[in-house]
Unconditional design. Structure first.
Length: 281
């Protein structure tokens, strides 16, 4: 199996209001695309993350604040989707994976959350992977909003190489801790985005990671809400650049921001097509 896809129908039913409408249509387009007709791309039903791992990642106060939140359960299920995808890759059952989610994660810090994010799905997953013996990770955040929650988790952890592309301006790097912030400006077009991504991946070329995560927000599309000016053509090129940089190491795409149904219907199957080595389809 080349690509595992983790999905649950509750993401489209009970996911965050801004995000959920894209889920079922994009999944249906994927199923109609022919990508999952054979054995190389397979779909797995997501399960909730273990509550003890969620609690280990976040503060007691945050867990208490989330106790009555209406999105608590789907956020735990979303973290479980990312965890399942990563476990499948880490155990060699698939080389790459795409994790659907009903909430996002990269604005969730240890003790707080905002921006449709409740629990940090990637941070929780890394806790699990470290239990399994993995230690070093690459995170490439291409969502146009700054991944402040993920940075809160890993700003002091040099075993996590965190590339944070965002719509601000300027660059701020901490090579000792492997924190790299790359502002490409709101309104960034395909050329600016892809050029910056290529340069960012070059920074990580000597970092010996064991598994890579891509925090993938299609709110970067010109028709979506994130402020970039990307077109459909940018997304398979983005996925190919990352896949080439990762090589034969494990790779997990994590669905993040984005609300436009017609964008999700196009770019999610396109990205998965690249992950399966079937682009152009």
């Amino acid at each position: 199996m080349l690509v595992a896809i983790t999905y649950h129908e509750d993401f489209g039913k009970r996911g965050f209001s801004v995000l959920k409408e894209r889920i079922r249509p994009s999944f249906e387009k994927l199923m109609q695309s022919g990508l999952v007709d054979g054995d190389e791309v397979q779909v797995f039903k997501a399960k909730p993350a273990p509550l003890e791992l969620v609690a280990e990642a976040h503060t007691t106060a945050h867990m208490a604040n989330m106790q009555t939140d209406p999105y608590r359960e789907v956020a735990i299920l979303s973290a479980g989707s990312v965890m399942m995808a990563a476990e499948i890759v880490a155990t060699g059952q698939a080389l790459r994976a795409f994790a659907y989610t009903g909430t996002a994660g990269h604005h969730a810090s240890r003790g707080s959350c905002w921006g449709f994010c409740y629990f940090n799905d990637v941070a929780i997953t890394i806790l699990r992977l470290r239990q399994m013996g993995l230690q070093r990770f690459l995170i490439v955040d291409v969502d146009p909003h700054f991944g402040d929650g993920t940075r809160d988790f890993f700003k002091g952890d040099a075993d996590v190489f965190h590339i944070n592309m965002h719509g601000g301006t300027g660059e701020e790097h901490d090579p000792l801790k492997n924190n790299y912030d790359i502002g490409i400006g709101f309104g960034a077009n395909n050329e600016r985005f892809l050029s910056a991504l290529k340069s960012a991946l070059e920074l990580a070329k000597d970092f010996d990671f064991q598994l890579a995560f891509v925090i993938f927000g299609h709110d970067s599309h010109q028709d979506d809400y994130g402020g970039f000016d990307l077109t459909f053509e940018a997304y398979p090129k983005m996925a190919q650049l990352i896949m080439d940089a990762v090589g034969d190491k494990g790779l997990v795409f994590v669905l993040s921001g984005g609300s436009c149904v017609h964008v999700a219907e196009r770019v999610i199957p396109d990205v998965i097509s690249v992950l399966a080595g079937r682009w152009p389809s």
